[in-house]
Design a protein around this ligand. Structure first.
Ligand code: DC
Length: 203
């Protein structure tokens, strides 16, 4: 049986954590589609042509150590505006979405472009300040020295580029359920997402 859960939203809204937890709860596979763009962005920073990097992307490239760095995040949002790069990454994501046993995909355009027929669509968001504070805490915990103001500036730059690009902009699907995590604990946000999926499964 295939069952697709599309979870979109801006950086650091909690969609990654929610997606992993929902996938684990329902024993489904999970794909963080941001890693595809990050892997291409990381290769661009090393001098590769982004289109060639997207065409030759291998599964092990998604495990590269540096993909979570702020530099790679910005590079990812730069390659993500390129229509040819997005087209290269489409088939893999669609195949993943329809795999047996169900799949959770998180990203920016899963419910709108990659898999508009997803059985469940969530749009997870939070205010830019809350998201920047969370990202700053994560980076500092990982040993990265960076100012909060710099993280907030990176978050807003990336939001603008992701939302304003012509190709597959970040936008909630009309039939997506919104979850604003600004004032929710992560466990509360996971509980909301799990109950929405549960309702859809039994209906
Ligand atoms: O989710 P993330 O922060 O790892 O994503 C990194 C960048 O990749 C983000 O700025 C936009 C892009 N992205 C995208 O355009 N479409 C997706 N489905 C996932 C990510």
């Amino acid at each position: 049986m295939s069952f697709t859960i599309a979870i979109d939203g801006p950086a650091a809204a909690g969609k990654g954590t929610i997606s992993k937890a929902v996938a684990a709860h329902f024993a489904m596979a999970h794909l963080d589609t941001g890693l595809l763009y990050r892997a291409v962005g990381a290769q661009m920073l090393q001098g590769a042509d982004p289109l060639v990097a997207a065409q030759s992307l291998r599964p092990e490239d998604l495990d590269a150590a540096n993909l979570r760095s702020p530099e790679v995040a910005l590079a990812a949002s730069q390659v993500a505006v390129m229509a040819e790069v997005r087209a290269e990454l489409l088939a893999f994501q669609r195949g993943f979405a329809r795999r047996e046993g169900g799949a959770v995909l998180d990203g920016r355009d899963i419910g709108t472009v990659i898999f508009p027929k997803a059985e469940v669509k969530l749009f997870v968001t939070a205010s830019a300040e809350v998201r920047a504070r969370r990202r700053h805490q994560e980076l500092v915990a990982d040993g990265t020295q960076i100012d909060f103001d710099q993280v907030l500036a990176d978050v807003t730059t990336r939001d603008a580029r992701d939302a304003e690009r012509a190709e597959s902009p970040m936008i909630a699907a009309v039939d997506a359920v919104m979850i604003d995590t600004s004032n929710l604990t992560i466990n509360a946000a996971i509980a909301v997402a799990v109950s929405i999926v549960q309702e859809e499964i039994i209906s």
